[in-house]
Design a protein. Structure first.
Length: 354
């Protein structure tokens, strides 16, 4: 037994080639270092809040787990920021940096930069925020064969509102819904934005498109025409529908604006065309639906006078409910789409700041 053990030990010893034995060079053992530096990417905050027109920093830093330095020095650091789509299957390029090379993409060009407050800082600065900037962003850092990522959500202060065109409810396919929101100084809302609006009290029985292609609606007061009076309050989901053929309303999202929203004091009531011209004469434009909602929700604008808006609708914003002016709730009251040529109302104007 001792002789057998001795032979085994000899075999093991000969398995490790001598560095001077060139004939066994191809048998040299490769040692893998499992505890070497490992790249870690960290976002100090998972969610950042801002508003349209503002500036924001999306935090991202990178470290090596087993060293105190930011990089090993053997490879250039590549930083890539992308925006995640609602289905997480696609990513939109935002910004790439490697060495002295910097490149931004699409409508982010000229608006995004790395903060670089330290050698391990990959945080992204976004300036002059637009409504489309809302969403989740991925910070990816690559060094040689190592890489890691972190995700940061950018939320915008704003308001969600339901919208249907002059033709009536359920007349928009998905693409028309997107354009309808853009025409009213807004973008099509995400599920998270609609959910937050529901938590804040939004109750609407008509189903509308959301940015992920789903059709949903928020109910805070269950009732028979809206899923039944005994159902649980919540955001009701119709699922995903054909974006070209299916037709619903839409939920839009807008934020604050760089300008002045106001009711035009005029000696007489106006037809729609007269209202458009009156705003132009006052150095402004007839206001959009998104602008009246933003003024009402974010600025507390309150006015009991019904006025024309750009889409041909007539509405008025009430922040302080009172008799004859939305006595039961604060809301943007909808009068309808009156005859543009014969009905007379006031007008809401918007003057943009330069």
């Amino acid at each position: 037994m001792k002789s057998l053990l001795f032979l085994v030990l000899i075999s093991v010893c000969w398995a490790e080639p001598h560095p001077d034995n060139s004939s066994l060079e191809h048998e040299r053992i490769i040692h893998i270092q499992e505890n070497g530096p490992r790249l870690l990417v960290v976002a100090e905050q998972a969610k950042i809040f801002s508003h349209r027109g503002g500036n924001v920093t999306l935090p991202c830093k990178f470290y090596h787990e087993h060293t105190s330095t930011a990089g090993s020095g053997t490879h250039k650091i590549r930083v890539k920021w992308t925006k995640l789509t609602s289905d997480y299957l696609k990513e939109v390029d935002v910004f790439v940096a490697m060495g002295n090379h910097r490149k931004s993409y699409g409508n982010y060009q000229g608006r995004v930069f790395l903060r670089e407050s330290s050698e391990n800082d990959a945080s992204l600065i976004i300036t002059n925020i637009i409504l489309e900037d809302y969403g989740r962003y991925k910070c990816e850092v690559i060094e040689g064969l190592e890489d890691d990522t972190a995700v940061v959500a950018l939320n915008l202060e704003g308001v969600v509102f339901p919208y249907s065109p002059r033709l009536g409810r359920y007349n928009l396919n998905f693409h028309e819904a997107q354009r309808a929101c853009l025409d009213q100084d807004s973008v099509i809302a995400s599920f998270d934005q609609l959910y937050d609006a529901w938590r804040s009290g939004l109750d609407w029985c008509n189903a509308g498109w959301l940015s992920d292609g789903s059709v949903q609606y928020p109910i805070t007061k269950p009732r028979e025409p809206c899923g039944g009076k005994n159902t649980v309050p919540g955001v009701r989901n119709y699922g995903f529908w054909d974006k070209d053929k299916s037709r619903y309303d839409v939920f839009c999202f807008t934020s604050n604006f760089n300008g002045r929203f106001y009711y035009l004091i005029h000696p007489t009531k106006l037809t729609y065309d007269e209202a458009v011209q009156a705003c132009l004469k006052d150095g402004a434009q007839i206001a959009k639906v998104g602008q009246i909602f933003a003024a009402w929700k974010l600025l507390g604008y309150d006015r009991c006078d019904a006025g024309w808006l750009a889409d041909g609708s007539v509405r008025y914003p009430i922040s302080r409910p009172r008799k004859r002016c939305s006595p039961s709730e604060a809301a943007v009251r909808f009068v309808g789409f009156p005859d543009k040529k014969h009905k007379l109302y006031g007008v809401y104007c918007f003057r943009a700041y330069n």
